[in-house]
Design a protein around this ligand. Structure first.
Ligand SMILES: Cc1cc2nc3c(=O)[nH]c(=O)nc-3n(C[C@H](O)[C@H](O)[C@H](O)COP(=O)(O)OP(=O)(O)OC[C@H]3O[C@@H](n4cnc5c(N)ncnc54)[C@H](O)[C@@H]3O)c2cc1C
Length: 418
């Protein structure tokens, strides 16, 4: 419970990052208001694959990816797409991403990812201790599979990154894959087991359960769109929610892929892109892997959830407000049939959501350049469920003026202007 007359903090966005920020802010003694334009956890945090990966130290942008990317772009069923009308707009982001895929940059990114992800299960454990939310998280292990021999473990650089940070990873041959996950088709020749990685049984249930804890601790939850701010000198005085000013002493922007406009109003022009992904969830598939399985050839994840079997993937650039291309979910259905012989597809629901992505693969976390009482916490791209509780902890430390428990220099908003 927060004390009467406690200092107040306003968090914009109730995805995994915003809700975890709210919980840590409460622990630091703040009375929290959490604002979301939609329902709690209904952004990217709703429909992801739920992988919680302390061992996520390998960036997406690594040397070699740009040899594969043109092939993916040309393949209508490939994992990467840029909408034709959006190509010129996306070009600066894509060029910056190419620069981030050098070996030197990838190694730097890997260090920053380790700092954000390695403590994820402990941080979730602290936030959920003694609550029903704890049951939604499991140290399940994760499996990567490839139809090519020696491919699931990735390049030599990838393997070096895992070794450097002591990430447990066991290479498997086709027979060991069959023993571990008998429901998989016998097409996979190489596998990698990451026994210390985990999952949530349902990312949406997890975010709403965490938000329930925050509300029980006194958080005020408002439904409304934050359109802008009122300022007084170098401070935000109020957030404008659906045209109404709400007084704010401290503001954390955790609005996921929609954070770009809000950050710009606070003086930071950031190359944040919406990277659209899709899922299908099969309520009654008739088959179920024991742990999340990532297909490293086609770049999507298959996740056992408490609502069925979910296949999630695709990185599509078309702008924040582009309509989803539901043909993408047809590709996932075909992949389900290829990977899981006998899978039943008569109970499929589909979803699409935007990852908040910056071209160096790292989030933005830090104080606004112009306003002393506004902070940014967004941009976790493919890893937000893994980074969420640590991002929230770091955001709360910043707001409370405490030293950061990890080095946050790699996440500074100003890095794009340097
Ligand atoms: C297909 C797919 C699979 C994925 N799989 C994984 C995975 O297995 N593991 C993993 O770690 N990550 C995964 N991710 C990434 C992860 O989902 C995201 O990084 C994470 O959910 C981002 O969380 P967030 O809180 O920053 O943003 P969001 O969850 O998008 O939350 C932002 C919230 O802000 C609100 N908002 C926006 N603008 C405003 C405004 N102006 N006013 C008020 N509210 C506003 C939105 O309504 C939303 O609720 C996946 C993503 C996708 C798309």
């Amino acid at each position: 419970m927060v004390a009467l007359n406690a200092p107040t903090a306003t968090v914009v966005g109730a995805g995994i990052v915003g809700v975890c920020s709210a919980l840590w802010l409460q622990r630091a003694g703040f009375a929290v208001t959490l604002i979301d334009s939609g329902g709690i956890g209904e952004g990217a945090s709703f429909g992801n694959a739920g992988n919680i990966s302390p061992g996520a130290v390998v960036p997406y942008l690594i040397p070699g990816i740009w040899k594969e990317a043109p092939g993916w772009l040309l393949d209508p069923e490939g994992p990467l797409a840029v909408r034709p009308g959006y190509f010129l707009k996306a070009l600066p982001w894509l060029m910056a991403a190419v620069r981030s895929a050098s070996e030197e940059a990838a190694v730097r990114t890997s260090h920053a990812m380790h700092a954000l992800h390695s403590g994820t299960l402990e941080a979730y454990g602290e936030l959920t201790l003694g609550t029903a939310a704890a049951d939604l998280i499991e140290l399940s292990g994760q499996l990567y599979v490839s139809e090519k021999p020696d491919s699931a473990q990735g390049s030599a650089l990838t393997q070096r990154m895992r070794t450097e940070f002591g990430v447990d990873a066991v290479a498997l041959d086709w027979m060991e894959i069959r023993e571990l996950e008998p429901c998989l088709a016998p097409i996979f020749k190489s596998g990698l087991l990451l026994p210390k990685n985990g999952r949530t049984k349902n990312p949406h249930h997890l975010v709403t359960a965490l938000a329930d804890i925050a509300q029980r601790n006194g958080a005020r939850v408002l439904r409304g769109k934050v359109e802008g701010f009122q300022f007084e000198g170098a401070a935000v005085k109020a957030v404008i929610v659906d045209g109404q000013a709400q007084a704010a002493q401290r503001v954390v922007i955790a609005a996921g892929a929609a954070s770009r406009d809000l950050a710009a109003q606070l003086g930071s022009r950031l190359p944040l892109e919406a990277e659209r992904g899709y899922h299908i969830t099969i309520a009654d598939p008739g088959v179920m892997p024991r742990m999340p399985v990532t297909n490293t050839d086609a770049k999507f994840a298959c996740a056992p959830m408490n609502v069925g079997l979910r296949l999630a993937g695709t990185a599509e650039f078309g702008g924040l407000n582009a309509e989803p291309n539901w043909q993408r979910t047809e590709v996932l259905k075909r992949q389900a049939q290829r990977m899981f012989p006998g899978v039943r597809l008569d109970s499929v629901s589909t979803w699409s959501g935007n990852r908040p992505s910056l071209p160096d693969g790292l989030p933005v976390l830090g104080r606004s350049r112009l306003f002393d009482n506004a902070w940014f916490a967004f941009g976790n791209s493919h890893f937000g469920m893994s980074a969420g509780p640590v991002m929230g902890k770091l955001a709360a430390e910043l707001v409370a003026g405490q030293p950061s428990s990890v080095d946050i220099t790699p996440f500074r908003a100003t890095r794009f202007q340097e």
